[in-house]
Ligand binder design. Structure first.
Ligand code: AHG
Ligand code: MN
Ligand code: MN
Length: 324
């Protein structure tokens, strides 16, 4: 079989779906992929060089910043600022939206990212990842909060890199979901998961059950129906890894609102939106705590949080049936 590289794949998708493309998007993806290769290189060597542990700082979310969080964030910020096609960016580790370049020379893309997802797992060598969400704006769009913070349904592309036993990239431009595995011997991501579709039913239930006592009665009932209904429990605690397993094997993931996180814990712009875009493209469902599509939520601010429920169509419907 011919080995298809990710950039080759992006080109062929553009020829098919956006033949008048200017090359800006390919440029953006190229630099994003380079960022991930650099982060992956450091993650792989983490035990050998002095990059494990905390920085001693607390981020805008009130969480401990790990050295690798910091490193991944600076790699992403540098590459995205200098790739020439990004006009604004938002990161989990930056309090405010960062506007890039002068209005005359700016590119047409806005990107939101979680530079390193699964921070609590870093020092234990458990899978972690980088999640991204991309929007396109017109040349004359004023880069105000109202214009830039749009609902997830308007994403131009979304995806993630998973630093696990192998490094994997999964992306979608709204025409299916594709997965690529980094072949370190050639330094390229090669197509390994063509047109991914999530099974309609799964056998895994994934939630932080230690929060059970803080959930609403309905979320508790829904969880009971899976725990007692022959499902097996899986919870990594790195969203990107829990998502990747759910995408490939099917099943359901739930991080509901609770008495500590009244609006949910996971962040809309750089966690729930990009993953919901992929989930829907793969034939699954992604809902908030009211049972509405995550992709329809209008963000209030860059770090807006949401309850997040996603997975196989029949499993998500089974979970929500408790709420009716
Ligand atoms: P991050 O490491 O980017 O701050 O994200 C952590 C998130 C997510 O990866 C995971 O699903 C969730 O936090 C785990 O939360 P709990 O420890 O509350 O289960
Ligand atoms: Mn995260
Ligand atoms: Mn993070």
């Amino acid at each position: 079989m011919a080995e298809i590289s990710v950039i080759e794949h992006i080109h062929s998708m553009q020829l098919k779906w956006s033949p008048t493309a200017t090359g800006q998007f390919t440029s953006l993806l190229h630099d994003l992929i380079l960022s991930a290769k650099i982060i992956s290189r450091s993650v792989t060597k983490a035990g050998l060089v002095d990059i494990l542990g905390g920085t001693g700082n607390i981020n805008v979310q009130g969480e401990q910043v790990q050295k690798l969080d910091d490193f991944a964030n600076s790699v992403m910020i540098y590459r995205m600022k200098n790739c020439g096609v990004v006009c604004a960016l938002g990161s989990e580790e930056e309090e405010e939206l960062v506007v890039v370049g002068s209005p005359k020379e700016r590119g047409n893309y806005v990107i939101f990212f979680d530079p390193l997802d699964g921070s609590s797992n870093i020092d234990a060598n458990v899978s972690i990842g980088t999640i991204f969400s991309i929007y396109r704006v017109e040349d004359d769009t004023e880069l105000t909060k109202e214009n830039v913070l749009r609902k997830g349904a308007e994403q131009a592309a979304a995806g993630y890199f998973l630093y696990g036993p192998s490094t994997i990239m999964v992306y979608s431009t709204g025409h299916g979901v594709y997965g690529f595995t980094l072949d370190p011997s050639v330094g390229e991501f090669l197509l390994s998961h063509d047109n991914i579709k999530i099974p309609e039913n799964g056998k895994y239930f994934s939630a932080n059950l230690a929060n059970y006592g803080k959930w609403s009665e309905q979320d508790q009932k829904a969880a009971d129906s899976f725990v007692q209904g022959g499902y097996s429990l899986r919870y990594v605690g790195s969203l990107v890894a829990d998502f990747h397993r759910t995408l490939l094997y099917g099943g359901i993931f739930s991080y509901p609102a609770d008495s500590k996180n009244a609006k949910g814990k996971l962040r809309l712009l750089y966690e729930a939106n990009p993953l919901s875009f992929l989930m829907e493209q793969a034939g699954g469902l992604a809902l908030n705590g009211s049972g509405d599509r995550v992709l329809e939520i209008v963000p209030e601010h860059i770090h807006t949080r949401t309850a997040f429920l996603f997975g196989s169509k029949n499993d998500v419907e089974k979970y929500r049936s408790v709420f009716e």
